[in-house]
Design a protein around this ligand. Structure first.
Ligand code: SF4
Length: 251
């Protein structure tokens, strides 16, 4: 696949991004990641919440470019099993696992915004604990790899493999966009990779403890169980998927 020696936002037209997407579509995620690491080098970082897709990508990156930055947004509200999985993956895989935190403790948030903001205004809470820290972290990067897949939800069904994210000023790469949940789990088992034990307890997707519930029977979408009955399916990180959440959260 073509590589750009010096990519910048200005030099990448929409038609060029569309052409690259057409080129990527028949290729597997490892070929796409190989293109990404050769194109963006040190300016590339993977973001993950240590879900199955993120672990597949971490494993591929450890092989393609050992030492690649893999960051997670620590909201202080992740499941204990998620923190344990983070430590396990950090020890097993040759990537640079990096904690990103907004600097606002839960006590400070309660003082400024009131108790249990996640119940009263989850968009504001996600903005403070996820979107803002992500924006700061990506400020000096050019490319962000995510585990977004089209089969995860209706809103993700049109996700591109490569896009320009204006809000963060980076290229976003979704190397597993056209993979299925089944393909992801097959890869995990074939490579004997660990996964969050909460998935075996009815949690298809794991975020923060107050906003994640088990589900009786997933309807085929792996993001079921997030934000319960609230009319919210994205935390606002993926602007092309959840613009209203990001805007509602303010700046
Ligand atoms: S997922 Fe819930 S607790 Fe976590 S940052 Fe968003 S609203 Fe807050």
């Amino acid at each position: 696949m073509d590589a750009s020696p010096n990519p910048s936002a200005a030099s990448w037209s929409r038609s060029r991004i569309a052409a690259l997407n057409a080129q990527f579509e028949p290729h597997g995620p490892k070929a796409i990641l190989n293109w990404a690491v050769h194109t963006f080098d040190d300016d590339l970082a993977q973001g993950t919440g240590f879900g199955p897709s993120g672990i597949v990508i971490m494993h591929m990156l450890a092989d393609l470019r050992p030492g690649t930055t893999v960051f997670y947004l620590d909201t202080d509200l992740l499941f204990p099993e998620t923190y344990e999985l983070c430590e396990d993956l950090d020890a097993r895989l040759d990537v640079d696992v990096t904690r990103v935190h907004g600097g606002l403790s839960l006590d400070e948030q309660a003082e400024q915004e009131g108790e249990a903001l996640w119940n009263r205004n989850p968009n504001r809470c996600c903005f403070l604990r996820k979107v803002k820290p992500l924006k700061n972290f990506l400020a000096d990067r050019r490319a962000w790899i995510t585990g977004v897949r089209r089969d995860q939800s209706e809103r993700r069904a049109d996700a591109d493999i490569l896009s320009w994210e204006d809000q963060y000023g980076v290229f976003k790469i979704n190397p597993l966009a056209n993979w299925t949940q089944k393909e992801v789990w097959k890869y995990l088992f074939e490579h004997d990779l660990p996964y969050n034990p909460k998935h075996d307890q009815g949690y298809p997707s794991l975020g923060c403890v107050p906003c994640t519930e088990p589900v009786d029977e997933a309807d085929g979408y792996s993001r079921e169980g997030r934000w319960g009955d609230a009319d919210k399916t994205e935390c606002g990180l993926h602007t092309s998927l959840g613009e209203e959440e990001s805007e509602a959260a303010g700046s």
